[in-house]
Design a protein around this ligand. Sequence first.
Ligand code: UDP
Ligand code: MG
Length: 327
Amino acid sequence: MDKITIIVPCYNEEAGIDFFYPEVQKHVEKIPDCEFNYLFINDGSRDNTLEKLRTLAKKYPNVSYLSFSRNFGKESAMMAGIDYAEGDAVIIMDADLQHPASKIPEMVNYWRQGYDDVCGKRIDRAGETFIKRTCANIFYAIMKKFSTSYELQRNVGDFRLLDKRCVEALRLMRENQRFTKGLFTWVGYKKIEIPFEVQERVAGTTTWNYVALFNLAIKGMTSFTTAPLHLMTFLGMTVSFGAMAYMVFVILMALIYGEPVAGYPTLMTVILFLGGMQLLALGIIGEYLSQIFHETKNRPIYLIDEFNGEKMIYRHGVYTERDIGKR
Ligand code: UDP
Ligand code: MG
């Protein structure tokens, strides 16, 4: 009998959660010799998600939930799921049913054939705007060009089945600035991509916006490649050489023809260009510095407030039930 835990990060999903369990259960029940458990992570929702989860957990014995002390973000929610999931494999799914549960039997099949990481690959980006698609294209192009050790999987997100081996490996990666998509790739093991169509959100609204996406892209780049730093060194050198050649030209012109080269437009251009370059270079260094800043503090990735109805306390790096009155 195989045991698989389905990890579901939830942020303000009160409207969708009631649909989620029956829909997924409908598909997994048919899979032979496999026991499914659910681990919902309430990522500091501001609506009634937690209440819904409590009810669900009371009603069904295969449902557990963790609730964070505040909103830590989906990356942290997935980490908590990975930390606390039990069994031989996990499946990570969005609570809004955009990831079709009908793919789970296929995923389990591949896993049983020996694949460690069965990744869902979006075949349809139709629901996304042109700008979002273009930005994604640019991001992947840059990552592909610059990350040396491995390649990010295109159109592959968090919808995937992970073998215990991947789960154990991911548990070791305690970085604060989490770019989970990159971590999955970094871990390696035997991967296979299975195509799926992104479904409409059943209810609620997406929490993503362009600022969040831009930040994620920056995080992705700075946590997986130092190429931008090298690029700035290279650019700096090139510009310096150009400037040197131009200086020689200007001096010669003045010496030979006695006329200074027409000044203002050239000067402005050069000054502004160099100013821009310097700010850009500083910005890039700043991005890496901020990564180091966040990592050195070494704070926990998330804080759990409640686990299946029990208030939790985090002490000396482990969670225990809160022992009120015995401090
Ligand atoms: N989510 C989360 N914490 C957050 C934001 C989102 O746990 O801070 C969850 C959300 O509940 C959903 C999943 O991450 O299950 C994907 O979020 P969303 O549907 O908003 O993103 P999209 O599907 O539009 O990329
Ligand atoms: Mg969604």
